[in-house]
Design a binder for this molecule. Structure first.
Ligand SMILES: [Ca+2]
Ligand SMILES: [Ca+2]
Length: 234
């Protein structure tokens, strides 16, 4: 009787394949999944989303929405630094109190996080308020106003909205930055790599690490018992 036709060895081979599959699956379970829903890298010098889907709009004077050298700070999916959005104060600082607004459906995602790289000049917007909306119409402040650093640096601004469960799985989710404090027409803030991300709820449920360990221990025991039985039968 060769190995392929031996039923005992066939069962052991099947068990070995199951154990290998479980090891791969359990390794995946240990990783935290965060998925980009929408990313703006501004490298094509426009407000059109660059990865995923969503819209970005602004009520700034259009002449004060320009693009300048960007950064790899917070870059995703291999994006190069390229260009960044640059928002200017405008004549008589007309853009103080104005905003950029991002509408992104979070359907299929929870644990929403928004992040972006930013820098500002000394006469640019020095007091900026991040807001969110669960209906796309009414916006609420999230945290205190932020002051942009003078350079992009290496660390993005991160707004962890996981406690705002109304933003989960919501086709009307929206985010806004209201800019204030500019004191000259060309004073500006740059923004790059604006990312809306979350945890996909569409991923098939993956066993907990503890469950994996118990399953693997049991399966290994079964495999060992079968092997001993086979050896003992010789
Ligand atoms: Ca860029
Ligand atoms: Ca674009």
């Amino acid at each position: 009787m060769n190995n392929l036709s031996n039923p005992h060895l066939q069962r052991i081979a099947v068990l070995q394949r199951i154990i290998i599959s479980m090891i791969v699956l359990c390794g995946t379970a240990a990783a935290v999944r965060a998925d980009e829903i929408a990313v703006w890298n501004f490298n094509d010098s426009d407000l059109v989303v660059d990865h995923g889907s969503g819209t970005m709009t602004s009520n700034f004077n259009v002449t004060n929405i320009v693009f300048a050298a960007g950064t790899t700070n917070n870059a995703r999916l291999g994006d190069v630094a390229g260009q960044a959005l640059s928002l200017q104060g405008g004549t008589s600082n007309a853009n103080n109190g104005r905003n950029i607004t991002v509408n992104v459906s979070t359907v299929g995602f929870d644990n929403i996080i928004v992040s972006f790289a930013t820098q500002g000049t000394s006469t640019g917007f020095t007091s900026n308020q991040f807001q969110y909306s669960t209906d796309g119409v009414n916006f609420l402040d999230f945290g205190s106003p932020y002051v942009p650093a003078a350079t992009f640096g290496a660390v993005p601004l991160i707004f962890t909205l996981t406690s705002i469960t109304g933003l989960n799985n919501n086709p009307n989710a929206a985010f806004r930055i209201v800019f204030n404090g500019a004191t000259s027409s060309t004073g500006n803030n740059r923004i790059d790599n604006f990312v809306v991300e979350g945890t996909s709820t569409a991923i098939p449920s993956i066993p907990e690490p503890t469950t994996c360990l118990l399953f693997l221990t049991g399966l290994s025991g079964l495999l060992g018992a079968r092997y001993k039985k086979r050896v003992g039968a010789k």
